[in-house]
Design a protein. Structure first.
Length: 73
């Protein structure tokens, strides 16, 4: 039985390790086990004040003002 492997550098600690070609991980086993306890970006709450969303009718008002100004000339 043959297994195709790649020699990789861990992005966490910098050690060299072998990874099967079919796997996509970028961390060695030790770093992967340490990082499992960290929250995923999707599960984290954003801190601070929520971003203000522009009103949908604000663009319509701008066009209405531009048309009114153009018709008065």
């Amino acid at each position: 039985m043959e297994v195709c492997v790649q020699l990789k550098v861990c992005e966490g600690c910098g050690c060299l390790w072998y990874r099967a070609q079919t796997h996509e991980s970028v961390y060695c086993k030790e770093c992967a086990s340490k990082l499992r306890t960290f929250p995923t970006p999707e599960s984290r709450k954003r801190r601070g004040r929520p971003a203000r969303k522009p009103a949908a009718n604000q663009l319509t008002k701008v066009w209405a003002v531009a048309e009114a100004a153009g018709g008065a000339q």
